[in-house]
Design a protein around this ligand. Structure first.
Ligand code: HMG
Ligand code: MG
Length: 314
């Protein structure tokens, strides 16, 4: 008998305030596939997106309009979006670092973009070839034009907890840089633990620091990589602080090619298992997600690192 027939996970509400509904921001097609050693064929990417939409996910970060030499795995962004069968009720945001990226996104008919900044100088240089100030000079015209075109713009902030070159990153530094992204016009700020080193106390402290600086939790999302196995605990800490948008990647794919030691994102299936147990609505179908990640693992030639996929795929 499978665990699901045994009534698992048992649905119990945890103590403390928790949101009644969570928006899952699926980053597998972008964060997941940008880090693969081999480039995944566009037909496979399209089927992946279609399966994820079929599994009930309504925010699918599809690709990036970055320099193809920097991230060759996503060099097919134009072809992918040109052939994408956009499902009603599903949004397909893409990453855009600069005006050249925005030109490409506009030409591809994109309605929702995300700029991605760094809280630290070293990662700004390594990921965007600029400085912390320089990234804002790059984003400013992107935000101005994108918003004039009626696009929604999310802001990512990387290295919010620890940086492989600079060590622990202070909450003050992260709030200072994060507020600049919001002040520029980003509708949401996703706090990235790019290398997956954060622990729950740090997450609470950072969210509290944003709130103390006048940022509402409804403007915050969390983006945890799972290098040290803390992503789910960190997510629960953020939920208890009132955050209700959580980034995750089907099957736990992911990482950043410009951040040493970054591994996969929080697996969407692991997140869904926990949300189900807590009685928090999310709209996704766990069995369809597990089937999708099992299928994708076959395409990539290695098993999914997700514990829930391993447990349920059997
Ligand atoms: P650069 O080399 O400084 O670019 O790279 P440049 O502005 O000097 O331009 C050089 C050439 O690139 C020019 O062409 C530009 O037109 C071209 P030329 O005139 O020499 O023929 N170019 C472009 N071509 C296509 N698309 C573009 C583009 N921009 C310039 N958008 C740049 C600067 C930002 C482009 C580069 O650093 C880059 O592409 N970086 C992206 C790195 C990346 O994608 N990293 C992964 C995503 S971030 C992440 O994963 C973290 C996250 O998940 C959150 C977390 O986990 O923390 C979001
Ligand atoms: Mg990431």
């Amino acid at each position: 008998m499978g665990v699901r027939e045994l009534g698992l996970p048992e649905r119990l509400t945890a103590t403390g305030e928790l949101p009644s509904r969570v928006t899952i921001w699926e980053v597998g097609p972008r964060d997941g596939l940008q880090n693969e050693a081999a480039t995944v064929p566009v037909d496979v990417k399209l089927e992946f997106l279609d399966r994820l939409a079929g599994a009930g996910l309504t925010t699918l970060e599809a690709t990036s309009f970055v320099h193809p030499k920097w991230v060759p795995q996503l060099a097919d962004a134009e072809e992918l979006l040109g052939r994408l069968d956009r499902r009603p009720g599903v949004r397909y945001p893409v990453l855009v670092p600069n005006e050249r990226g925005l030109d490409r996104a506009v030409a591809a008919g994109v309605g929702h973009i995300a700029v991605f900044g760094s809280a630290t100088e070293t990662f700004a240089k390594r990921n965007l070839n600029t400085s912390v100030d320089g990234q804002f000079a790059m984003f400013e015209p992107v935000l101005a034009r994108a918003r004039a075109e009626g696009m929604e713009v999310r802001g990512y902030l990387s290295m919010c907890f620890g940086d492989p070159w600079e060590g622990v990153v202070s909450a003050e530094q992260v709030v200072r840089v994060g507020k600049r992204l919001l002040d520029l016009g980003c509708s949401q700020l996703s706090l990235g633990d790019t290398i997956g080193v954060a622990t729950a106390g740090q997450v609470e402290r950072l969210i509290d620091a944003f709130v103390a600086a006048g940022v509402g939790v409804d403007a915050l999302a969390v983006h945890f990589h799972d290098t040290y196995g803390q992503a789910l605990a960190n997510t629960l800490a953020a939920l208890r602080r009132g955050v209700s948008t959580v980034d995750s990647s089907a099957g736990g794919l992911g990482g950043c090619p410009y951040a040493e030691s970054a591994t996969g994102n929080l697996a969407t299936e692991d997140l869904v298992w926990m949300l189900d147990g807590l009685g928090i609505e999310h709209g996704a179908d766990l069995d369809a997600l597990v089937a999708t990640s099992t299928w994708m693992a076959q395409r990539l030639g290695r098993p999914s690192p997700s514990r829930v996929v391993k447990a349920l795929a059997g």
